[in-house]
Write a protein that binds this ligand. Structure first.
Ligand SMILES: Cc1cc2nc3c(=O)[nH]c(=O)nc-3n(C[C@H](O)[C@H](O)[C@H](O)COP(=O)(O)O)c2cc1C
Length: 322
């Protein structure tokens, strides 16, 4: 049983301290632990080339083709980090909040996972099983929830492509300067608890695993995100009155009987057909990508003149001579 903490904050900063405390919790429960800081690695940004999903689409049509993965895989450290992550049963992310969201050090890392999207790779037969790795999320900010509104939700949103199941999350608040967290023993204690929760989840059979964080956290009863919006039609016409911005579950807005606060009442019949926590439901998104691409290729001939116009259209630009 191995638990890894992945930090994206300053060396000896609040995120590292919280991650260490969480690992102490996991270690006390018998886990082997390790910790990395993303600043120690060379992580190139995703170029958006779509080579990964193009290959996936081709293999979906012809399973004899081989999957080569990300075009950057020999150019930086991400492939080694993904391999290391695959040796773990649980992962704790500790990420600073910048401008309400996870910092770019983290987003640069997580956006490299499209080439490793497990539900897509399962769907096309490139991998044969889901290791069901669990995750705990720590957002670390100088403010309270009002200035970290997209932090945990954005972290959660990135977990689907990373194919990790979130079982606990916490928001460290009002910690600005490095080590400020040491003035908040309650928050450190909460991080310790997260480490314990991660081990509890690992020790629970996959089908019995559930949410181990605050039961009343968030508005969505499925993923516990705080972001629910009035739904719009999906590409194939599916539409919900309200939809969780993170996991995609749909239903009506109601009231949490425990807290009296608003909550999403997930439609018992079809509210989970787009639940991104579910490999099959998520793999439907690969179908969407493939269908959009087929539609484009079929009509590509119609846009050649317009394409030429925009290619040739040049505006003054700014360049730094090196
Ligand atoms: C560029 C920048 C933007 C920030 N934006 C926010 C913010 O929107 N909300 C917030 O709560 N804290 C914000 N902070 C504060 C950091 O989240 C805080 O210092 C945190 O403790 C950093 O974590 P670390 O010590 O692990 O590096 C920001 C800090 C920086 C440098």
């Amino acid at each position: 049983m191995k638990v890894m903490a992945i930090c994206a904050g300053r060396k000896n900063g609040n995120g590292e301290i919280l991650a260490k405390e969480a690992l102490l919790g996991a270690q006390a429960m018998g886990a082997e632990v390790e910790m990395i800081n993303l600043f120690d690695f060379n992580i190139l940004p995703c170029t958006g080339c779509e080579a990964c999903t193009m290959q996936m689409g081709e293999i979906a049509m012809d399973p004899t083709k081989t999957y080569k993965g990300c075009v950057l895989k020999e150019k930086d450290d991400v492939e080694a980090l993904v391999a290391e992550l695959h040796t773990c049963d649980g992962v704790i992310f500790s990420v600073p909040t910048y401008d309400l969201m996870p910092s770019s050090m983290y987003t640069r890392f997580c956006q490299r996972f499209l080439a490793h999207e497990l539900s897509f790779l399962l769907e096309i037969g490139v991998v044969d099983h889901n290791p069901h790795t669990v995750a705990g999320l720590i957002a670390v900010g100088g403010s309270m929830h009002d200035w970290q509104t997209l932090a945990l939700e954005s972290l959660q949103a990135s977990m689907f492509t990373m194919s990790l199941t979130v079982v606990d999350r916490m928001m460290a608040q009002r910690v600005g300067r490095p080590a400020n967290i040491l003035l908040h023993p309650d928050q450190l204690e909460r991080a310790h608890k997260m480490g314990e929760n991660i081990v509890k989840a690992i020790q629970t059979p996959v089908e019995e695993r559930g949410w181990l964080g605050d039961p009343n956290d968030g508005v969505c009863p499925v993923c516990h995100s705080s972001l629910v919006y009035p739904g719009d039609p999906h590409w194939d016409g599916v539409e919900f009155p309200y939809e969780c911005a993170v996991c995609g579950c749909g239903g009506e807005l109601g009231t949490n009987p425990e807290t009296g606060r608003p909550m999403l009442i997930v439609d018992p019949e079809n509210g989970r057909i787009r639940d991104r926590n579910n490999d099959k439901a998520r793999a439907e998104h690969l179908n969407e990508i493939i269908q959009t691409r087929i539609g484009f290729f079929q009509k590509q001939g119609e846009i050649q003149d317009d394409l030429k116009k925009y290619r040739e259209l040049k505006f003054p630009t700014f360049k730094i001579e090196r």
